[in-house]
Design a protein. Sequence first.
Length: 211
Amino acid sequence: RFKAVIFDLDGVITDTAHYHYLAWKRLAESVGVHFDEAFNEHLKGVDRMGSLDLILGEAARNYSAQQKLEMADAKNRHYQDLISTMSEADLLPGAVDALAAVRAAGLRIGLASVSKNAFTVLEHLGIRGRFDYVVDAATITHSKPHPEIFLTAADKLGVDPGECLGVEDAVAGVASIKRAGMYALGVGSPEVLTQADRVIPGLDQFRLEDY
Ligand code: G16
Ligand code: MG
């Protein structure tokens, strides 16, 4: 019943979510802000400047726009350092099989990541060619949970949102899929991804015929 599957990248296909966590933690602690895994959950799927604002909270007004850009740049340089040694070995279990299963079923495949580093990560993983369309985060105005990125992917793939299955590990990402009018497959825990239509622990449990 689906004509396309649109995947998130970070936390679904590869564990860059952990690298984002490490890079934000160092930045947050450098300005005296406590940062842990629980807080990091709110940042998943949220774009770079949006994440910084969430981290700074009330303290955000103590910094100029220029200072905030420098902080975001510092985080990004650290993140790019962390992803520079990534390879095919960093694909999460079941990721390539899931992409192959979708392809074998004759469906189109999209990628919807708000990360401006997504193309670099795809190149490192060696899977750029497996996607019919990769949304360029630089062209997206609204971060997840806004539906823009998933709607853009569906549009470019030439399918209706109602014919799409979206795959996400983040609360904001699942919300983005639902607001786009798509079926949401969560990757992670059902207690966290309460808005998802179905939740699996990882792509190694991906069974297209089940959704
Ligand atoms: C990802 C991560 C977010 C990160 C965002 C922007 O979103 O989940 O934590 O803040 O990308 O990344 P960058 O700073 O590289 O542009 P997604 O949509 O891939 O889950
Ligand atoms: Mg994600």
